[in-house]
Design a protein around this ligand. Structure first.
Ligand code: ZN
Length: 238
């Protein structure tokens, strides 16, 4: 069974206001619950847990890590970021959600600023499936409407995705590459845009479906361990 660690900064939801009404137990609780309902073995981890909940033991038992952060990216310890990065390079899957675009881990893995333009006016978003044959788009319609959201607009300063699965249109006219696939080392990375903390986007079944598909896609596969460096003996024939 695929083991998923759902990581959340978990600050907005404890500050009162809209985020605590939409996600009373935290965004991580909502994500873990719908993944559990879809057959994944889930646990949660948050910024204020010791080692941010991402101990070596937890990561040993994590096939896919999902990441949501926003206002406290700077509080994530560099040592833990490096630990997660090494795991991704060794094959752990990583889903970076919404404002996680500015997380240390995503920026480090991408190597670019990961900056974008934004406006939070509750505009409508239409998420278009541009690769309908991709596993992350399985069972997802031609487009998904998010009734109210924060706008993210291009340019999104990331490397060109290896596969772009979803593109977004916003009421104000901007567009955005909302579902981007990457590989780094043996690990698969999916950036997925929808999910601002004050809108019930993670309660929306089509969005849940996409995230669940992405977890399945990002699972590590059985593969050989490469050897590096001086190789004194040529491979034996026969
Ligand atoms: Zn946001």
């Amino acid at each position: 069974m695929t083991t998923v660690t759902v990581w959340n900064e978990y600050r907005h939801e404890r500050e009162g206001g809209a985020a605590s009404e939409v996600y009373p137990d935290g965004i991580h609780a909502t994500i873990a619950e719908f993944l559990e309902d879809r057959g994944f073995d889930t646990r949660t981890a948050t910024l204020d847990d010791p080692e941010h909940g991402l101990t070596e033991a937890v990561l040993d038992d994590t096939d896919v890590l999902t990441w949501w952060g926003h206002e406290a990216h700077g509080e994530v310890q560099d040592e833990i970021v490096e630990r997660v990065r090494e795991r991704v390079l060794s094959g752990m899957g990583l889903l970076v959600l919404h404002s996680g675009h500015f997380s240390k881990i995503f920026k480090r893995l991408m190597g670019t600023t990961c900056d974008l333009k934004w406006r939070n006016e509750g505009e409508r978003e239409r998420l278009w499936t541009v690769e309908p044959g991709h596993p992350i788009a399985e069972g997802v319609g031609e487009s998904v409407e998010v009734p109210e959201t924060e706008m993210y607009g291009e340019r999104f300063d990331v490397p060109a995705p290896e596969t772009l699965v979803f593109n977004s249109w916003f009421e104000g006219g901007e567009v955005f590459r909302s579902g981007c696939c990457y590989r780094r080392g043996a690990g698969r990375i999916f950036y997925f845009r929808p999910g601002h903390e004050t809108y019930p986007i993670y309660h929306q079944p089509e969005i849940q479906k996409i995230i669940a598909n992405a977890v399945s896609w990002a699972e590590p596969i059985e593969s050989s361990t490469p050897s590096f460096g001086h190789s004194p003996n040529p491979p034996q024939e026969g």
